[in-house]
Design a protein around this ligand. Structure first.
Ligand SMILES: [Zn+2]
Length: 217
């Protein structure tokens, strides 16, 4: 099933780093994908594209970084770390640190034969999934909330025309998700162990939204 048409990058800001152009195209596709999913679920009126705030360390006009920790920004949700992306429900915004994502892409590329693009897409798709949870009024405790966000990210990637979900991309996501797992099970912000996060992502990658909604993770 092809939900999304062929995506084309629109070079409206040619001075931007390639990753921001690429990521903007991903956000546009996420808007189309989730808009379609809400319409299919007869909940079109609940869907509102989240705002995306782009941050870069070199762009001083933002003036939002704290000197002591450059990953901390002030949002409607209070002081929060972007490192490299975070969703704030209070202003329905995804805050993205372009430099942080650039570094992550470079680190992934350096540590493997992979190019890092799939990891960047996964991070944005995961934060977008939190916006979806808010719009759909899904209320879960961690780590189930985080695992469902991984599942929704996998679901989008299954349907993405940008990534195409080649074996390289899926390997890259698997490596990234395993690495991102945490093992502090009694922490309120526990996102799930690497294996649980991978399992949740794989559930989404099967392409069925109900798999993410019904799963116990
Ligand atoms: Zn999350």
């Amino acid at each position: 099933m092809t939900i999304l048409g062929t995506a084309t990058a629109q070079a409206v800001h040619i001075q931007l780093p390639w990753s921001e152009l690429f990521l903007r195209t991903v956000v546009q596709e996420l808007d189309r994908f989730w808009g379609y999913m809400f319409t299919e679920a007869d909940k079109a009126e609940a869907f509102h594209s989240p705002n995306v705030q782009w941050y870069t360390l070199e762009d001083e006009k933002w003036g939002v970084y704290e000197q002591s920790d450059p990953t901390i920004i002030n949002t409607e949700c209070g002081r929060t770390s972007v490192a490299p992306a975070v969703y704030c429900p209070a202003d329905h915004s995804i805050h993205l640190d372009i430099d942080g994502i650039d570094r992550l892409i470079a680190a992934t590329a350096a540590a493997s034969n992979m190019d890092g693009d799939a990891v960047a897409v996964f991070i944005i798709a995961h934060e977008y999934a939190h916006a979806v949870q808010t719009m759909a009024r899904i209320s879960l405790q961690n780590p189930r909330k985080e695992l469902q966000a991984d599942c929704f990210a996998g679901l989008y990637i299954h349907h993405s025309q940008i990534l195409q979900g080649g074996e390289d991309d899926l390997d890259e996501i698997a490596v990234g998700v395993l690495k991102a797992g945490d093992y502090i099970h009694d922490h309120a912000n526990h996102h799930g162990s690497g294996m649980r996060r991978l399992h949740a992502t794989m559930t989404g990658l099967q392409g069925n939204v109900q798999g993410c909604i019904n799963a116990e993770f």
